[in-house]
Design a binder for this molecule. Structure first.
Ligand SMILES: NC(=O)c1ccc[n+]([C@@H]2O[C@H](COP(=O)([O-])OP(=O)(O)OC[C@H]3O[C@@H](n4cnc5c(N)ncnc54)[C@H](O)[C@@H]3O)[C@@H](O)[C@H]2O)c1
Length: 380
């Protein structure tokens, strides 16, 4: 298949692009490298030494993989993007190209407005390019479990749609599961959902929305094949996801910083599974009768439980800090992930071996760690 990977230079996009190319798909990465620029703006960095995109692509091509790169800002350069879709006629477009850090989206008005402008316009531009130039193309979007606000109020979180009975009429109905975003970033993902519903209803586009859990881990089978393919590893308080942050703290002799009581339950997935699930979604095209929504999740754990696993393995003390975020101190959570499992997904769950892999990288890359960035999350 010919596949566009939008945001293919990022943490999830790069390993996914390599996985698809290794599976003999023709891969076109489209990225404006904004994530690298945000690192400069925040005086932050990946813990791993990531190579410039040109070098990454050259190595991947030397391994025999059909992969190319196009630098396009999808939010600002609709004409270039639409031209690429028109000329190349992709079978599938995987859309990772959004500003994805909740803390970044809550820094101030510049970041709030940037996150809305960038994320909503990017998604809307992608839909327009498909409608006008390649209507049979399958759009696979990376959404997040975070849109639902983490609660078990309505039972286990289903895959996108909630079956209800309308009190007044007694009629049964299936509605989009209500969102309850906790940050401007999560709000943009909730708005993406409505764009998908409308474009699917009006133009019958094939759409899969993957509601992903928090990703942990760094390397995949493909990124480990050459030093220059190494994936990015965010450890800071703004972009670093919780488990990776704990592991880099353990590897560098710092206490594990748990926000609040650590009773917040979240859904998690390993980076290798991100790539595996996107491949499964692409290779199993849904019909266009409704948007297919799948929960891309391996397991649910509490933040404290994660901290205990690492603390028990490495003897690192746990420190409980005031929670900088407005969120429930404790919550219960259950998530249905039958959809991807029915397509063949076999989740990788947290084990000491896997944590050791990540810890090895964090130890090796200690030289790059900027301690002052570990706890630089804004309060909201
Ligand atoms: N990392 C996670 O834990 C996680 C969890 C759930 C969902 N997701 C979703 O997966 C997607 C990818 O996340 P990630 O962790 O790889 O993020 P990332 O920031 O590492 O990657 C995003 C990429 O998109 C590019 N990009 C952003 N705006 C663009 C634009 N206008 N035009 C072209 N390129 C643009 C960036 O340069 C970057 O390379 C996001 O949409 C995110 O919401 C991630």
């Amino acid at each position: 298949m010919k596949i566009f990977v939008l945001g293919g230079d990022g943490f999830c996009g790069w390993p996914t692009a390599l996985k698809l190319a290794k599976e003999n798909h023709e891969v076109w990465i489209i990225d404006n490298l904004s994530r690298r620029r945000i690192d400069e703006e925040l005086e932050s960095n990946s813990l791993t030494d990531i190579e410039p995109i040109g070098k990454r692509i050259a190595t991947a091509r030397n391994l025999g993989w059909d992969i190319k790169f196009w630098n396009i800002d999808i939010a600002k350069s609709y004409g270039y993007f639409a031209k690429a879709v028109n000329e190349l006629q992709p079978d599938a477009i995987v859309h990772f190209a959004e500003q994805r850090a909740a803390p970044y989206s809550m820094l101030g008005q510049t970041e709030r407005r940037y996150t809305v402008d960038n994320n909503i316009t990017t998604t809307h531009n992608v839909l327009n390019a498909i409608v006008d130039h390649c209507p049979s193309c399958h759009l696979v979007h990376l959404g997040t479990m975070g849109v639902y606000g983490y609660s078990k109020e309505m039972g286990s979180i289903p895959e996108g749609y909630l079956d209800i009975t309308v009190k007044e009429t007694g009629e049964d109905a299936s509605i989009l599961y209500p969102t309850n975003p906790g940050s401007v970033y999560h709000m943009t993902k909730s708005m993406d959902q409505l764009l998908f519903q409308f474009y699917n209803k009006n133009w019958n586009i094939h759409i899969t929305d993957l509601h992903q859990g928090i990703v942990w881990g760094t390397q995949t089978e493909e990124t480990s094949m050459d030093k220059t393919l190494v994936n990015r590893f965010d450890y800071d308080g703004i972009y670093g996801t919780v488990l990776n942050r704990f592991i880099s703290q353990a590897a560098t002799g710092k206490n594990l910083s748990v926000y609040g009581t650590g009773g917040q339950k979240r859904a998690f997935i390993h980076i290798q599974d991100t790539a595996n699930c996107v491949k499964l979604a692409i290779e199993n095209v849904p019909d266009n009768k409704k948007v297919r929504i799948l929960n891309q999740v391996s397991e649910v754990r509490s933040v404290k439980e994660l901290a205990m696993i690492i603390s028990n393995s490495y003897g690192t003390p746990i420190e409980f800090l005031d929670n900088p975020r407005k969120e429930l101190a404790e919550n219960d959570l259950a998530v249905d992930n039958q959809g991807l499992k029915s397509l063949g997904f076999q989740p990788i769950t947290l084990t000491a071996n896997l944590i050791d892999d990540v810890r090895y990288i964090a130890t090796e890359m200690h030289k790059n760690l900027k301690e002052e960035n570990i706890l630089n999350s804004p309060k909201w």
